[in-house]
Ligand binder design. Structure first.
Ligand SMILES: NC(=O)c1ccc[n+]([C@@H]2O[C@H](COP(=O)([O-])OP(=O)(O)OC[C@H]3O[C@@H](n4cnc5c(N)ncnc54)[C@H](OP(=O)(O)O)[C@@H]3O)[C@@H](O)[C@H]2O)c1
Length: 238
């Protein structure tokens, strides 16, 4: 196995939404790269980070809690934030706003979302994705989720002059790492057609994006590097 580059030695990174599936993979990758990790997650989810006890600092708070996020991001060279559309109290946009308003000047900010977010309207979505998004938007009436708030969060990010990257995940699966996902600017590009990424690889992409200035002000749509579409079209990007 190749040695893991220790890009994070001497640097602090904050992971907002650390207790979720993606968040815990990101914590592991960040520790592997030598970062000092500060995690933020809902109070009731703090025990989900017990595996990392003694190795990370955990702040138990909602991820849109401005005061808690401000404390967590202090001194951080990078902030990785999971945007989720749960509830109808602007959780995604509140999380994005809290991170952008309180991060250190010049910090790298890397946010996660799905392919459904479009930066420039040039994405070409398969019918299945369009239908799933339309259905999810309708579910606002249940008050369990508010997809439109993820769009509001993305608009705030796109308009920001912080050093942001918005990583757009394909469908996800668990399983052993396959390698750093490949990316493209637009859903519909052939390289993305397989629409599947291992969650651990998505997390690695998030962590490495914090070290990659070429991704500043990009909204890469990612796909697993071992998927058929990635293998067939590797290296193609408009
Ligand atoms: N699932 C997919 O197929 C998929 C596809 C493409 C992109 N993505 C993106 O990948 C990222 C991670 O998604 P994931 O599906 O893999 O899930 P995940 O990592 O398990 O994250 C879910 C997050 O939502 C939080 N959460 C759950 N219920 C909540 C509630 N009622 N109120 C507030 N927060 C709540 C969780 O916090 P707790 O730990 O506190 O519960 C956790 O931080 C997201 O940005 C998502 O948009 C997902």
């Amino acid at each position: 196995m190749e040695p893991i580059p220790q890009a994070g030695v001497g640097k602090r990174i904050c992971i907002v939404g650390a207790s979720g599936k993606l968040g815990r993979h990101m914590v592991r990758h960040a520790l592997d790269r030598g970062y000092e990790v500060v995690g933020v997650c809902r109070e009731q989810s703090v025990p989900k980070l017990d595996d990392f006890a003694g190795r990370i600092t955990v702040i138990g708070a909602d991820t849109n809690d401005r005061e808690a996020v401000a404390r967590a991001v202090e001194g951080c060279a990078a902030v990785l934030a999971v945007l989720v559309p749960w509830g109808v109290r602007d959780y995604s946009s509140g999380t994005a706003r809290a991170v952008m308003d309180s991060a250190e000047p010049g910090a790298r900010l890397v946010f996660s979302c799905g392919w459904h977010i479009s930066r420039d309207g040039q994405d070409r979505y398969p019918r299945k994705i369009k239908a799933a998004v339309a259905f999810a938007r309708l579910l606002r009436f249940t008050r369990l989720l508010d997809m439109d708030d993820q769009y509001r969060a993305a608009d705030l990010i796109f308009a920001s002059d912080t050093r942001w990257t918005l990583v757009r995940g394909s469908d996800l699966e668990e399983g052993p790492a396959e390698g750093l996902p490949v990316w493209s600017r637009h859903v519909g590009d052939p390289v993305l057609a397989s629409n599947m990424t291992r969650r651990t690889d998505f997390a690695r992409f998030m962590v490495e994006a914090a070290e990659n200035d070429a991704l500043v002000h990009e909204a890469p749509a990612i796909v697993g590097c071992r998927t058929p579409s990635a293998l067939a079209h590797a290296g193609e990007r408009e």
